[in-house]
Structures are given as structure tokens and as C-alpha cells.
Design a binder for this molecule. Structure first.
Ligand SMILES: [Zn+2]
Length: 87
């Protein structure tokens, strides 16, 4: 049996190639990778908890939770990177 609690979770990952100050997303738990690899920063797990926004300490992007967005949608569009590390 393989132990891997973190790898078993379904993380949605978002990027910010355009240097946007704020990105709307449809999930509260996610990972920010900064930019498309190989220019990504360490893939950081974020959990907004009771808040509706959170700042990524690496790229300073403000991620705002929007109930109107699906998990793979962003506002503005095009900042969804994927669901799980495919390594
Ligand atoms: Zn980031």
C-alpha cells in the first residue's frame, strides 16, 4: 500500500502568466504555481478557509473566490493550469 495523503487530493492549480493583480477562481482550496513551467514558483497550497480571498506569498497574486466560476474557470479566463501534478 502506498501512503500519500497529499497526492491523493485533487488540487486545482492556477497560474498568473500575465502578472494580474487579482484572479477570480471557483475553488477555495488550490495550488498557485506562479507561471507556466519552467518559470513557475514552488507549487504552494492555499486554503481560503472562512475568507473569500487569499494572497500568494510567492507571486503576490490575490485569488478571489467566486461562486459563479467552475473549478476550472478563472476570471479573467486562461489562468487555470490543471488538476494534479502529472509527474
Ligand atoms: Zn503564486
Amino acid at each position: 500500500m502506498i501512503l500519500g495523503t497529499l497526492m491523493d487530493d485533487d488540487y486545482h492549480k492556477f497560474k498568473n502568466d500575465s502578472g494580474l493583480a487579482e484572479i477570480g477562481i471557483g475553488v477555495k482550496k488550490f495550488k498557485c504555481i506562479g507561471q507556466t513551467p519552467p518559470h513557475d514558483h514552488p507549487h504552494i497550497y492555499h486554503d481560503m478557509g472562512d475568507d473569500n480571498f487569499i494572497y500568494c506569498l510567492y507571486c503576490n497574486t490575490k485569488f478571489v473566490y467566486r461562486t459563479s466560476l467552475k473549478p476550472n474557470e478563472t476570471d479573467p479566463p486562461g489562468n487555470y493550469f490543471g488538476a494534479i501534478d502529472e509527474s
